[in-house]
Design a protein around this ligand. Structure first.
Ligand code: NAP
Length: 290
């Protein structure tokens, strides 16, 4: 047994700080007659999606952001979703639009999202926002990677010149995560399901961000002693227990700081959705530089 044990990063507490910051900004906007509003669309009956949407809506209301709820049946067509997006684009009380993913199989998600006004794309998924991030002129950056950067900052992780490994290359998490770490001057490696040398890449990393969706796929003894480990994964086991993508019990003995699951990245994701909604309001009213 090593004498070393990682600091466990308290995502809930850090998210509370972000939420208080946002609450103050919403109060300032409201004092100027601006009420930030977020439209939340969920299609179908996926129980996890409904839980996420409920938590996000509650968090919005708690800081004074108005929520426009659009819960739609699984049979909703692409044409109906596109028409809804057009309507929300035109509605001045809607500053941001969140389409909870995944939507039912068979619906062309990219084609539907393309109808959204990029200035309301608070999830940062549209070409314009993805492109801006990689060009070094970020506008809306996906909420989870923003939350991870905040956790790394709270962990006082040294990013400049550090070796960072991102495991997962999704549009929503892995890729924007890599862009943010690169912008922070880390030397970034992106691994994925076809990577042949995952264990070696993890073993040399000062910062590990796991966003895979496979329970405890990253074995604790892979972790370099002293590394900072951020576990984005949320996996429900057969017994109902939630675990991350990193084998926590092993990793906590080697890392210098690590996020738990639950209570790590998840709360930050919600907090940064609020942050992006406020940013949308500020951008529309010329109160933030674009
Ligand atoms: P995703 O779209 O399914 O992407 C998973 C990525 O992991 C893919 O790039 C895949 O590679 C890679 N991968 C799969 N198996 C792998 C393996 N054995 N070794 C290395 N790479 C592997 O998932 P996502 O949306 O990015 O989400 C990832 C996880 O984070 C999920 O558990 C999700 O629930 C969780 N999540 C949490 C939050 C939060 O707030 N905490 C937010 C978003 C997502 P390929 O590209 O080759 O298929």
């Amino acid at each position: 047994m090593s004498q070393h044990r990682a600091r466990i990063l308290d995502g809930k507490a850090i998210a509370q700080t972000v939420r208080s910051e946002v609450r103050q900004q919403v109060a300032d906007l409201r004092a100027q007659g601006i009420t930030p509003g977020l439209a939340v669309i969920v299609v179908g009956d996926d129980p996890a999606s409904h839980i996420y949407v409920r938590n996000k809506s509650r968090a919005c209301q708690e800081v004074g952001i108005v929520v426009f709820d659009h819960s739609l049946p699984a049979q909703t067509t692409a044409a109906e979703l596109k028409a809804l997006l057009h309507q929300l684009n035109a509605d001045p009380s809607v500053y941001g639009v969140l389409l909870q993913l995944p939507i039912p199989a068979g619906l062309p998600v990219g084609e539907i999202l393309d109808q959204l006004d990029p200035m309301k794309d608070v999830d940062g998924l549209l070409e314009a926002n993805v492109g801006r991030l990689w060009l070094g002129r970020p506008r809306f950056v996906p909420c989870t990677p923003l939350g991870v950067m905040r956790l790394l900052s709270e962990a006082a992780a040294q990013l400049r010149g550090a070796r960072a490994v991102v495991i997962g290359r999704s549009i929503l998490v892995g890729r924007p995560m890599a862009a943010l770490l690169l912008a922070a001057d880390a030397t970034v490696t992106i691994c994925h399901s076809r990577s042949l040398d995952l264990a070696d890449r993890v073993a040399e990393a000062d910062v590990v961000v796991a966003a895979i969706g496979k329970p405890e796929a990253i074995v604790g003894r892979f972790i370099k002693p002293g590394a900072v480990v951020i576990d984005v994964g949320i996996n429900r086991l057969a017994d109902g227990k939630l675990v991350g993508d990193v084998e926590f019990v092993g990793a906590v003995e080697r890392a210098s700081a690590i996020t738990p699951v639950p209570g790590g990245v998840g709360p930050l994701t919600i907090a940064y959705l609020l942050h992006n909604t406020v940013l949308a309001a500020k951008l529309r009213h010329g109160l933030a530089a674009d």
